[in-house]
Design a protein around this ligand. Sequence first.
Ligand SMILES: [Zn+2]
Length: 228
Amino acid sequence: MMLFATSALAAAAFGGAASAKEAKVPPKPQNVLSPDAALKRLMEGNARYVSGVSRRHDFKHEREALVGGQNPYAAVLSCADSRIAPEYAFDTGRGDLFVCRVAGNFAGDETVASMEYTVAVLGTPVILVLGHDNCGAVDATIKSLKDDKPQPGHIPLLVAAIAPAVKTAAQQSGNALDNAIRQNVLDNVAKLKSATPILNAAVEQGKLKVVGGLYRLRTGTVELLAQG
Ligand SMILES: [Zn+2]
């Protein structure tokens, strides 16, 4: 009886596992990539976008496959700036990128949680934190700190999130805005990499890479930043 019960349980568990596995067939098998391969694919997409040879995306025929699920091959934390548009900048279709956007591309709690979801549940192998030239949110933070004058409305929330990078960058030589934009990307890469308990574990297990990049407004080029 014991044995039967155990076997029945095992069978049920196996059956359950098998059907769960069937249900998890990725809708886009081409998106099941290693972190390095995913990053390479992102950069190849950016090269097409920069050269003006973006692919034609057949959204109509992709729709059906994506009804039952998603398996994006990359996540992007981008500024909300209307000139960036990650799906265009990497020449991607629907179901390819998991994108979080906020002015100043910083990782607040909701963004960390969203990234945990895409990594742990959807299996996304790479997160790119994407800053850009002439970022208004970073510029406003620099001005607010310099003038010691609070911005109106809820904007102080953005200023508080970006201020640490601005303060670090103030010690660096060169253009204050460019330095702060770069530092803000690096800080948020570090924050996401070390976010416990999910993202840091995925990085340690080699399942996830978190990288930083800068989008150049003039050319559309995304330059990856060396990781410190
Ligand atoms: Zn911006």
